[in-house]
Design a protein around this ligand. Structure first.
Ligand code: HPA
Ligand code: ZN
Length: 337
């Protein structure tokens, strides 16, 4: 085997934990096309001639994403989606995944409907765990550009189903719309229900957006957060407070936040003591996988198995699941080491 192929298969085999994955955003395009075909929904505008998703920029990406969710209409569809997503992730060495689930796409944030969607996804996840050894937990996300009132409905769904499986609450969507504090009520409700918190910030917004997420929403993790690098005092605060960044390097490059991986700040943040983790965000949209992220980081920064091991340990610590689940995952990491 050639040396680079050997390296690639070693990196693919490393056990990985992924903390930042949008459930619908992980849908393989062929899966969405199949559902569109079954339901006679015309979605050709969101695919190119090779069958990949197409979009021009971040805001357009969000609208293509929402168009793809139009074919996901029932708990059964979300069960099939869960299976498709977990099969993909497991094939890249992922042993634990936290996906962002939005009740807005699952019965319009009605609590009764949401329970049915959730039940269907959990059943599919249980089977995937038996078949492929991958553990899934859910983080309910409200959607920023849908506004604070819809976010409250998502938070209510979250509070009603908080437990061993729904372990967190967060916010996704267009970071340029509204302010974190507009969503404080929803985050307070989720916190009181025992959920752990994360928020997208510092991807499109600068360092101030990260500060606002920390101060107004009191989150333990930040989705992206990479633009904190523009303010070294904030970087030091992240390091001191042990705030974990869910970094998605391939997503940032694909969407043009950074021109290429070598100019991405993940390595600078890590060297300055910030707890960084690695995720894919919306893998088929960004032409990535967890194995590809690892390969690219190896190539750009020389990350080796020791560094990837420390990244996995940080992700395990930062995971929102319970202590027993963590212990089982810790054993898997140790066995593989
Ligand atoms: N970023 C923000 N919001 C999103 C994303 C994303 O990558 N995917 C789906 N909603
Ligand atoms: Zn995201």
């Amino acid at each position: 085997m050639r040396e680079d192929e050997q390296r690639r298969s070693e990196l693919a085999a490393l056990p990985k934990l992924e903390l930042h994955l949008h459930h619908e955003g992980a849908a393989p395009p062929a899966f969405i096309r199949q559902l569109a075909h079954e339901k006679r929904i015309d979605l050709h505008r969101i695919f190119d001639e090779r069958g990949n998703y197409v979009y021009d920029d971040f805001v357009h990406f969000l609208s293509v994403y929402e168009a793809a969710t139009e074919v996901l209409k029932s708990p059964e569809d979300f069960a099939r989606l869960t299976t498709a997503v977990l099969e993909q992730s497991a094939s890249h060495g992922v042993i634990y995944s936290e996906t962002f689930l939005s009740p807005d796409f699952c019965g319009g944030s009605d609590v009764g409907a949401w329970r049915e969607y959730l039940h269907a996804m959990q059943e599919a996840a249980d089977k995937a765990e038996r078949d492929w050894g991958i553990t899934l937990r859910g983080v309910i996300t409200c959607i920023r550009h849908f506004g604070p009132e819809k976010a409250k409905r998502a938070a209510l769904c979250a509070a009603e189903t908080a437990g061993d499986w729904i372990v967190g609450f967060g916010i996704a969507g267009d970071e340029n719309m509204g302010k974190p504090k507009d969503f404080a009520w929803s985050f307070d409700m989720a916190r009181e229900a025992g959920l752990k918190l994360t928020a997208h910030a510092g991807e499109w917004g600068g360092p101030q957006s990260v500060r606002e997420a920390l101060d107004d929403l009191r989150v333990a993790r930040i989705g992206h957060g990479v633009r904190a690098i523009e303010d070294l005092e904030l970087v030091d605060r992240l390091a001191e407070e042990g705030i974990v960044l869910e970094v998605c390097p391939g997503s940032n490059v694909q969407l043009g936040v950074y021109p290429d991986l070598r100019r991405h700040p993940i390595e600078m943040l890590r060297e300055r003591g910030v707890k960084v983790t690695v995720s894919t965000d919306d893998p088929p949209f960004f032409h990535t996988t967890m194995s590809k992220e690892y390969e690219d980081l190896h190539r750009a920064f020389g990350w080796d198995e020791e560094i990837f091991g420390s990244i996995a340990a940080i992700a395990l610590d930062a995971a929102f699941c319970d202590a027993t689940t963590k212990e089982n995952l810790r054993k898997k990491l140790e066995t593989a080491a």
